[in-house]
Design a protein around this ligand. Sequence first.
Ligand code: NOJ
Ligand code: CA
Length: 693
Amino acid sequence: MRFTSMLFLIAAIFFMNGCCGLGEKVSTVSSPSENIVVKFFLSENGSPTYSVYHKNMLIIDSSRISFDFKNQSPLGKNLKVNLIQRESVVDEWEMPWGEQRVVLNEYNEMIVNLQETENHKREFNIYFKVYNDGIGFRYEFLKQPGVDSLIIKDENTEFNLTGDHTCWWIPGDWDIYEHLYNTTKFTDIDAISKRNHYGLAQTFIPENAVNTPVTMRMDNGLHLSFHEANLTDYAGMTLKVDKDKLLMTSELVGSDRYGYKVKRALPFFTPWRTIQISEDAADLIESNLIVNLNEPNKLRDISWFIPKKYMGIWWEMHIGTKSWDLKSGNHGATTENAKKFIDFASDNGIKGLLIEGWNTGWEHWIGFEDREGVFDFVTPYPDYDIDEVVDYATDKGVEIIMHHETSAAPRTYDQQMDTAFALMNKYGITSVKTGYVGKIIPKGEYHHGQWMVNHYRKVIEKAAEKNIAINAHEPIKATGIRRTFPNAISREGLRGQEFNAWAMDGGNPPEHLSIVAFTRMLAGPIDFTPGVFDISLPTKPNNQINTTIAHQLALYVVIYSPIQMACDLPENYEGNCAFDFIKDVGIDWEQSKVLNGEVGDYVTIAREEKNSGNWFVGSITDENSREITIDFSFVDPDAKYKAMAYKDSENSHYKMNPTDYELEEFIVTNKMIKTFKLAEGGGLAISLIRDIN
Ligand code: NOJ
Ligand code: CA
């Protein structure tokens, strides 16, 4: 492993006395490239204030920081700067699995120690880290004599925009991220009218706020994306919108049970507040800011988790041909059905099979208020012989993926977690998909509040002890925790493929994933479950997938996850050459390059498979057809590649003719430039197999 580390403690500047007027004592910290500059100062009344510049242009205007507490007076005025420390770091770390193997971690840091000049003379620190791809800052609350813990009523971190930017946003829902993205000017953000969404078993949108990541484009083309990193023992952050002031202020998710947002024992750090900054949309996706702001890998060994493609007894339930529960008469998770999937997966080199509806409790799943104690994570339904299925799968080189739908009753899950994980260990099952559909029990808690943040983390930590990997649905958002706990392999946290099967609003529009790639995907891996071939969904007359088949294929490259589902049924793949791409496409990457893209319009990504040197390219477009020119200069100049392109045909169209595609075989060297046409709602998937003669 290549690993270099240079650490400089450049300077410690002592401020002898407090209050300084604006302009007098501005402390700055720049990115290593010097393109991004953060300025910190105290306003006239001693409020901590920061602003951000890109190439000398103001992009975040003076923004204040303050906190309201339940057990103390507010903090954020009458402060003085005691001390400023600086550090510059350049190092590299390796992802055990990921979009790339080696990650550069290069930044300049400024730590500001602040103290109140009156009252209790409380002290706290603000850490600013400035990277070439954006900034992160967080607060550290220090020990206070005679105080055990802080009870935060509100964190008021401001993000003061400099214009009415174009924004890609979902509502600041405290309970779910499964909303369609809206594209509006900042002053047209209206999260409140998005309150009632069909198909959401839980939703709570108390403010005109947005969830993160929220991505924006400024008039000059600069892109900004606001999010948070290392969300640990704290409430998730939404951003409240003040249209008149062009201002966003952090609005933490609360708890009706406790009437506060966060309770923490002193001392503690808050999560990082992050702004990814890039001159074009494509670079946003290449940014590693979020993972870089997390702690290094705490798990010594993760070799037991192998990135893989998987199938599932799953899509049948969503398209209504099978059921999760035994009683309704068409149970999906039977020994026989499992064997059918195992046979197909094994024949096609697919290494995983998710089986949902295998355990008792599903008859009470939705609409049942008292969901505590209903699901059982160790008892199979009688028509599912888990011993037989696991043995059969093991013989055929397929690993079963466990499923734990908690129905948002986390205390029930807590009670059974040890036995549930022990059962998995017994069967050699190394990953589980968890689910949290419904309003959280106990009442008054929300999916994105501190209590649930801690639950989700506890699951990851406990699972790590047992060599179990977690793919959470209805999760807390990704904030780069996968760096520290690489058994946090993937998560949902967006409107996934399932909505295409049953959403009454017509499903995800063709532009959906061209927005997701530049918003939700900046947070981390996504279990989107691509790969529908039977696009018209015959059993769902009012629904269809709003993409072409080539677009579905492209998603295996465009949307990153170390587990990727081939979600359709074996009979829909059989005999279709397009399935060869799903069989061939890599799942773990040496490096990734975003070749082009505009948020909401299109995106093209190339990824090099680890160890083989093969490349795969995926390109998707929205409802507009377009030409995409690919410059293959990213491939090894000393190699030749046999390329197979899975393209939209002249007649392809996401509505009129979604299943039409063409194959084109050609040779690629790094000198090649080639143009492809993507249909309306279309895509392009290319495999590049290295070193042919
Ligand atoms: C919602 C999940 O997103 C979906 O994938 C799963 O099948 C159901 N819950 C049942 O757990
Ligand atoms: Ca879901």
